[in-house]
Design a protein around this ligand. Structure first.
Ligand SMILES: [Zn+2]
Length: 490
C-alpha cells in the first residue's frame, strides 16, 4: 500500500512535476559530462560530488512523494537563491571539505531539476499536446519509462542530502516548517522506488503510455526538438556554471542570458506563426522577474531592424508579474520569412528577483527555417552518451510491480498487463484451467437440472444450504485473476 501511495503521489502531476525523475538525474549527469574543461569540471571530477548533484536532481519531486510542500518550493529560483545564500554564509567558498562540496553539488542538482521542468513544460509539452494530443499525465512517466526501455539509463546515485541543514534553509527561505525525518522519508521513497526499483516499474509504465505517445517516443531525446531531454543539456550545463559563478559572487547582469534556442547552425523548425517550432527561447542563469520581461524589454527584430509582432511569454506556470522565471519565449504573431536572420534584443529594465536591473542590451540572433534548396545542413548527432551496456535490471520486485500495475489501473492499460502474481502453489497455466472461463459467471436463471443437483447436494452432503463436506473441503473460493476482473468490469 505504501508503494502504491508513493506511485500515485509520483505519477500525479502537480504544478511543477514535469519530466520523470530519472530524466532529471540523467540530464543533469549528461550536462556535467558536457562541461568544458575548467574549474567546474574539476569540481565534479570527484565521484561523490557528482553523485550528490545527481541525487540532488531527484530531490524536488521527493516532496510530492511524501506530500509535503517543500518539494514544490524547491523547484523555483527563490528557493535556489535562498539556499545559495545560506551556503555562502555557512560553507564558503572555498569549499574545502568534501561535505561542503557535496552540499554545493546537491544545490546545483536540485536547481537543475527546476530549470529542466520549466524547459520541458514550457516547450516540449506543447509539442506533445500538438502531435500526440496528450499531456503531462502521460508525458512525465512515459518519457522516464522510455529512457529505461530504450537503454539510456546509467546513473543510480546513492542516497544523500544535507538532511541536517535543509529544515533550517526551508524555514529561512519560505518560513516553511519541515523536519528532516519527512525529507528523509520522501528521499527514501524516490530512491527506493523510482531510482533503484525503476526496472520493476518501467515496463508497466511503458505499456501504459507508449501506445499514446508515438511522436513523443520518437523525439523525447531528439536534440533538434526544443524542450527535449537532449535539448535541455546545454542550458543545464550553462545553469550549473551560472550557479557556480553566483556562489563566487562573479555573476553580473550582463551574463544573465546563458542560452538561446535555436543554437546556430540549427534553425527554427517552422515559420509559424504561433506554433512552438517557431518560438525563440532565451534561458537565464538566475531567476528573472516575470513582469520585467515584456514587449518593451524583449523585442524581435527582422534583418532591417524592424520589430516583428510577438507575444512575450515566460515559464509555463508563472502566474503573476512578481513571479520568477528562468526563461522567456518569444512567440511570433506573424509567419517569419524563410532563411532569414532574426535578432532578439533583451533591453535595459529586465530585473532579477534579487533586484539587480539589466543596464545593457543583450542580443541573440538565430536563423529561420530554410524551405528552398540549397539549405546548409543542420548538425547531426548531439544526443547524450548511451551507456555501452545498460545496467542489469535485476530481478523485478513483485510488490513494486504489483503496485505499478494497480497504479496503472485504467482499464485500457490494465488489460494489456499480465497479472504478476499467480495463486500460491499454482502456475498461471494451471490456474487458468481451473478457473471458469468467465469470471464472475454471468448470473443465469437456475434450470430444473440445477435445482435437482442442488437438492441432491443439500440432502446427501449433510450440511446446511450452502456448504456440505465437499464445499468445506474445497475451501474458500479463490480470488479471480486480475486481468479477467478488469475485462469484465470494463
Ligand atoms: Zn519536478
Amino acid at each position: 500500500m505504501r508503494t502504491l501511495t508513493t506511485l500515485l503521489a509520483l505519477c500525479a502531476a502537480p504544478a511543477a512535476l514535469a519530466h520523470g525523475i530519472n530524466g532529471h538525474v540523467h540530464v543533469t549527469g549528461w550536462a556535467i559530462e558536457a562541461l568544458p574543461p575548467g574549474e567546474l569540471a574539476d569540481f565534479f571530477a570527484e565521484p561523490e560530488v557528482r553523485d550528490a548533484a545527481l541525487i540532488g536532481a531527484a530531490f524536488p519531486d521527493s516532496g510530492y512523494a511524501i506530500g509535503d510542500p517543500y518539494g514544490e518550493l524547491a523547484h523555483w529560483e527563490p528557493y535556489v537563491g535562498a539556499h545559495l545564500a545560506w551556503i555562502q554564509g555557512h560553507l564558503g567558498p572555498p569549499f574545502e571539505t568534501l561535505e561542503a562540496r557535496k552540499h554545493v553539488a546537491f544545490l546545483m542538482g536540485l536547481a537543475s531539476h527546476g530549470l529542466q521542468d520549466e524547459l520541458f513544460d514550457s516547450l516540449f509539452l506543447y509539442q506533445v499536446e500538438l502531435h500526440d494530443h496528450e499531456g503531462q499525465d502521460r508525458a512525465d512517466p512515459g518519457t522516464d519509462s522510455f529512457l529505461f526501455a530504450d537503454g539510456w539509463l546509467q546513473y543510480k546515485p546513492p542516497l544523500y542530502a544535507p538532511f541536517d541543514d535543509l529544515p533550517g534553509i526551508f524555514l529561512e527561505a519560505h518560513g516553511h516548517v519541515v523536519d528532516q525525518d519527512t525529507i528523509r522519508a520522501g528521499m527514501n521513497r524516490v530512491k527506493l522506488l523510482v531510482i533503484d526499483g525503476f526496472a520493476a516499474i518501467a515496463p508497466g509504465l511503458e505499456a501504459q503510455h507508449r501506445p499514446f505517445l508515438a511522436w513523443t517516443a520518437e523525439h523525447y531525446v531528439d536534440p533538434a526538438v526544443p524542450g527535449s531531454l537532449a535539448s535541455e543539456i546545454p542550458p543545464t550545463a550553462a545553469y550549473l556554471q551560472a550557479i557556480w559563478d553566483r556562489l563566487h559572487d562573479r555573476y553580473p547582469m550582463a551574463a544573465i542570458a546563458t542560452h538561446g534556442w535555436p543554437v546556430a547552425p540549427r534553425r527554427l523548425r517552422a515559420l509559424g506563426p504561433e506554433i512552438v517550432d517557431a518560438w525563440a527561447t532565451i534561458v537565464f542563469g538566475a531567476g528573472v522577474v516575470v513582469g520585467s520581461l515584456n514587449a518593451d524589454t524583449v523585442v524581435l527584430l527582422d534583418p532591417d531592424g524592424q520589430p516583428v509582432p510577438t507575444r512575450v511569454r515566460h515559464t509555463r506556470w508563472s502566474g503573476g508579474a512578481d513571479d520568477s522565471t528562468r526563461l522567456v519565449r518569444i512567440i511570433p504573431e506573424v509567419a517569419l520569412a524563410p532563411s532569414t536572420t532574426y535578432t532578439v534584443e533583451l533591453r535595459p529594465g529586465i530585473q532579477r528577483t534579487t533586484g539587480e536591473v539589466l543596464a545593457d542590451t543583450l542580443v541573440f540572433t538565430f536563423e529561420s527555417t530554410c524551405v528552398e534548396a540549397p539549405c546548409a545542413p543542420e548538425p547531426m548527432g548531439g544526443e547524450p552518451p548511451r551507456p555501452p551496456v545498460p545496467p542489469d535490471a535485476g530481478p523485478p520486485d513483485a510488490a513494486v510491480v504489483d503496485a505499478a500495475v494497480v497504479d496503472a489501473a485504467r482499464p485500457d492499460a490494465a488489460r494489456r498487463t499480465r497479472p504478476s502474481r499467480t495463486p500460491p502453489g499454482r502456475t498461471w497455466r494451471a490456474w487458468r484451467r481451473r478457473t471458469p472461463r468467465r469470471w464472475p459467471p454471468t448470473p443465469r436463471r437456475p434450470t430444473r437440472r440445477w435445482w435437482r443437483r442442488q437438492r441432491r447436494r443439500w440432502l446427501h452432503a449433510g450440511a446446511g444450504r450452502r456448504g456440505g463436506r465437499a464445499g468445506a473441503a474445497a475451501g474458500p473460493r479463490p480470488a479471480p485473476p486480475p486481468d479477467q476482473t478488469v475485462s469484465v468490469r470494463s
